[in-house]
Design a protein around this ligand. Structure first.
Ligand code: NAD
Length: 479
């Protein structure tokens, strides 16, 4: 097996160590071997990006748009193959993997269009004869640091706008999923992006990530990951006045009111809480049901959970793939225990499952009779584990939904326009869904959270330019 290398200044460069990428559905299957970089290689990548920046930022925008379009087209054309790679290395099901890859392709194509839609304003001054122009310019060298759970879509929604608006990129993917990162880098390199404009440095956060944080040539950091890592990165970036954009964890509530359509509510809860093995920042991990529907909702959830097929991510018919690795599995099992010790009732799931191959299979777990003060309702679990909280009425449901340090996504299942409208206005989340799962969003509109889930401007859609461009105001007196 040949070792896939880092991309620095247009060259594929050896690392200092090799990372064997293991399939969580089959621990005997090594997806590939990837070269880990170190601080010295990270520094070379940053220097290459800095050198490439002047020419790239002032380069021809048609050529830039064509490159992004070509990247998007190749990703789309290879979505089955890359989706298979994604499912194999991360463990989401094959349809989910293919869907995520297609999303990455669409994002590159969207931002190819954005290259050709630069915007500015020309205004009269308050002083006579003077013109004022407001334009946007690229920021410089952007570090892109990403988590393992969306190994191609999240890199795409950071790298595509960064390049589109004329920035250079140093990309540090999560150590657990180098396969998709490398495949994306290979596509970008072959699309004709000049050397140094885009660099890939694979490796551990504690080594490569750390080396990026304090580098003076990194002008901005776009990070998605856990709150703990986010805090470290934000503190260090702000200390040297670098721009930061952080999307972090969630503890997303899905409120189910008495008047909800039960099938819709079950569909939203099962999809939102358990699909992608619950390993989504937008997962509906707290299900908040009002008194009048609570018992019917719990019974229907139990029924639905029993029918879910947990198996190899790439097997036909699998609905829930494995947990990503041993440490995430240990965390899920430990939280289930904590919940039970705190007084919750484990009505189904929560046990490790054996399948044809050895993998990290966990039966989707449902904890009922929980209250919002329990650790299982306050801390992000990040696995196929959901809780149910019983509340008296809508007013209490809203208070409980908002009673969290997170604020990424929220949802409500109801047929009442009054409650849906009130919830949309008063939910303390960056994204709110009515009769839809809390996970599952569009790529042409802003994505992001509030409170402890977010720091900095929104990602995706046209809003991405707030982070990847910087505004200039110019005054002219024509003489
Ligand atoms: P993580 O915070 O452990 O790692 C994220 C990235 O940061 C990885 O590339 C890692 O190597 C790097 N990193 C770690 N320590 C670093 C350091 N000291 N300096 C620089 N880089 C460092 O997160 P994870 O386990 O990969 O992902 C799961 C988390 O991501 C969950 O909390 C989830 O909610 C969150 N997430 C959030 C969103 C969102 O948009 N809000 C989306 C997906 C995942």
């Amino acid at each position: 097996m040949s070792i896939c290398r880092n991309l620095i200044a247009g060259e594929w460069v050896e690392g200092v160590d090799v990372n064997a990428d293991v399939n969580p559905s089959d621990l005997a299957d090594v997806v590939g071997e990837y070269a880990r970089a170190d601080a010295k290689l990270a520094a070379q990548a940053i220097a290459a990006a800095r050198t490439a920046f002047p020419a790239w930022s002032r380069g021809n925008i048609q050529a830039r748009a064509d490159m992004l379009e070509a990247i998007g087209n190749e990703i789309m054309a290879r979505k089955e193959e890359l989706g298979d790679l994604l499912s194999r290395e991360e463990g989401k099901t094959l349809p989910e993997g293919i869907g995520e890859v297609a999303r990455a392709g669409q994002i590159f194509k969207f931002f190819a269009g954005e290259v050709l839609r630069p915007e500015g304003e020309k205004l009269p001054s308050i002083r006579p004869d003077i013109d004022v122009e407001i334009t946007r310019e690229p920021v410089g060298v952007i570090a892109v640091i990403t988590p393992w759970n969306f190994p191609i879509a999240i890199p795409a929604w950071k790298i595509a706008p960064a390049l589109a608006y004329g920035n250079c990129v140093v990309f540090k993917p999560a150590d657990l999923v180098p396969g998709c990162a490398w495949a994306l880098a290979d596509i970008i390199a072959r699309a004709g992006v000049p050397e140094g404009v885009f660099n890939l440095v694979m490796g551990r956060g504690s080594v490569v990530g750390e080396a990026i944080l304090d580098a003076p040539d990194i002008d901005a950091i776009s990070f998605t990951g856990s709150v703990e890592t986010g805090k470290t990165i934000a503190t260090r970036a702000v200390a040297r006045l670098a721009r930061v954009q952080m999307e972090m964890g969630g503890k997303n509530p899905l409120v189910v009111l008495d008047d909800a359509d039960l099938d819709t509510a079950i569909n939203c809860a099962i999809q939102g809480a358990y699909y992608s093995t619950g390993q989504r920042c937008t997962a509906s991990s707290r299900l908040i049901a009002t008194d009048g529907i609570h018992d019917r909702f719990v019974a229907a959830m139990e029924e639905a959970l029993k029918t879910l097929k947990v198996d190899d991510a790439r097997k036909e018919g699998t609905q829930i793939g494995p947990v990503v690795d041993q440490s995430q599995l240990d965390q899920d099992l430990s939280y289930i225990n904590i919940g039970v010790k705190e007084g919750a009732r484990l009505v189904c799931g929560g046990e490790r499952l054996n399948r044809d191959t050895e993998g990290f299979y966990l039966a989707p777990a449902l904890l009922t009779e929980t209250n919002n003060d329990m650790r299982v309702n306050r801390e992000e679990i990040f696995g196929p584990v959901a809780t149910i909280i019983r509340v008296k009425d809508y007013d209490e449901a809203l208070v409980v939904a908002n009673d969290t340090r997170f604020g990424l996504s929220s949802g409500i299942c109801t047929t009442s326009l009054k409650h849906a409208s009130h919830f949309k206005r008063n939910s303390e989340a960056g994204m709110t869904m009515v009769n839809l799962p809390t996970a599952g969003v569009d790529y042409h509109v802003p994505f992001g959270g509030r409170k402890g889930s977010n720091y900095g401007p929104r990602e995706q859609g046209r809003y991405a330019r707030e982070f990847y461009t910087i505004v200039k105001t110019s005054y002219t007196l024509p003489v």
